[in-house]
Write a protein that binds this ligand. Structure first.
Ligand code: SF4
Length: 408
């Protein structure tokens, strides 16, 4: 399995597959072919259907600027991965500098067909949670020990930066106002939601509204093309960020503990990424919001001092109740239903942790984490194309917003 540095990445919203991954590929292209003066990119498959709403063409043009860059959209795409694009660059004489076919694999990860040598560190020998738990038991390790025993020593400072970026994304989102970019005309509401929470005199409701306001804050930053963190994707960036923000600013938990929580949550996200997918275009929203909920439930369980099995149980519950969740962003924008799903997702993560904490003392879990991950993969394969980030079906079809053409 890959390093957690490949799972958690800081980048501009609104979509890790549609903005972060293309920007990475374009930067790598320029490093490989610095003589490039003009570029022609073509977005295929799901990227061609939702690339406008997700600002993929803009990020490609911005990354290649000041070079001349044109971006076209084509539906036909006979490749093994649904999100893809090609880059053709030219030098000052008009000679092709290089042709790249890029797969955007989810969470900002890329595979360049012509450059498979651009590989990512794979420090983990174990591939499933069952194998990881066995290693932890044999060595009397926690999940935190397991991660830091496998990764190189730079991981701690990397996660420290990730934590800062996550907390900052919530903080910025709580003070921002105005209309989100795109033609849906949706107003930001994190700030008002947070202010509202202060006047609620019911402790449980106040807690929930405050936590949801934090999730809205990070998700609105994402939709506003702000800097957020893939956890595991940009579309699902608000769930873990909201929980860690509350733990840091409201509960006074130390940064060291929160960095450890990022390691634990990241480990569960990595197992999902390795054995199934974290891409909405491949597995639907269960792969994004569902995975983010698992990661947050595991992080919360760690911060609540639950043991190895209880943490696994919390993550399993979190995914089990997202199975089948479709990806159908209205107008191709990462706004409806995405932002609200982040708010509901963080509440579900807390519920999953709480259920595990008490249920595990009464009965043993029948479904383990690896089983639910396999089930998520299977369910994703069965979902129709219309419900996997193409904006061709579901809410994207039902919710008609005047003046919005998803392919324009
Ligand atoms: S519906 Fe879910 S998977 Fe699809 S773009 Fe929104 S957050 Fe991502």
């Amino acid at each position: 399995m890959q390093t957690l540095k490949e799972l958690y990445k800081i980048g501009p919203g609104p979509s890790s597959s549609h903005t972060l991954a293309p920007a990475r590929a374009c930067r790598l292209y320029l490093e490989s072919f610095p003589e490039t003066v003009s570029v022609h990119a073509i977005l295929y498959g799901s990227l061609s259907l939702t690339g406008k709403g997700h600002f993929t063409d803009k990020i490609i043009m911005d990354t290649f600027a000041p070079r001349k860059c044109t971006v076209d959209f084509k539906l036909d795409w006979e490749q093994p991965f649904p999100n893809g694009f090609t880059i053709d660059g030219y030098d000052a004489e008009g000679k092709l500098t290089g042709h790249w076919t890029v797969y955007s694999m989810g969470g900002g990860s890329i595979l360049i067909v012509e450059r498979p040598d651009l590989v990512i560190a794979q420090p983990y020998k174990e591939k499933t949670m069952g194998e990881i738990i066995e290693v932890c038991r044999n060595n009397h390790w926690s999940y935190v020990d397991y991660v830091f025993q496998n990764e190189d020593e730079s991981l701690y400072s990397y996660l420290n930066q990730i934590l800062t970026a996550m907390l900052d994304s919530v903080k910025r989102g709580l003070s921002a106002s105005g209309v989100l970019p795109g033609r849906l005309g949706i107003e930001r509401c994190a700030k008002n939601m947070y202010l509202k929470s202060k006047s609620i005199d019911n402790d449980i409701e106040e807690f929930k509204v405050r936590l949801m306001a934090y999730a809205y804050a990070a998700s609105e930053e994402n939709a506003g093309n702000g800097e957020v963190v893939t956890a595991p994707t940009l579309g699902a960036c608000g769930i873990l960020a909201a929980y860690l923000y509350m733990m840091y600013y409201d509960e006074g938990i130390s940064r060291r503990k929160l960095i450890n929580a990022l390691a634990v949550g990241g480990l569960f996200g990595n197992v999902i990424k390795h054995n199934a997918t974290i891409s909405g275009a491949v597995g639907g929203c269960q792969a994004e919001i569902g995975a983010a909920c698992c990661m947050t439930a595991a992080a919360a369980a760690y911060l609540n001092d639950l043991n190895l099995k209880q943490i696994e149980y919390a993550a399993e519950i979190a995914m089990e109740h997202h199975l089948g969740l479709t990806c159908d962003p209205v107008g191709g924008y990462v706004i409806i239903p995405c932002i609200e799903r982040n708010a509901v997702g963080v509440l579900r993560a807390v519920d999953a942790m709480t259920l595990s904490k008490y249920l595990s003392k009464i009965k043993e879990n029948v479904v383990n984490f690896d089983t639910v991950v396999r089930t998520m993969k299977y369910t994703g394969q069965k979902l129709p194309l219309e419900l996997k980030e193409t904006s061709l079906g579901g809410l994207a079809q039902e919710v008609v917003i005047k003046g919005v053409d998803r392919h324009a």
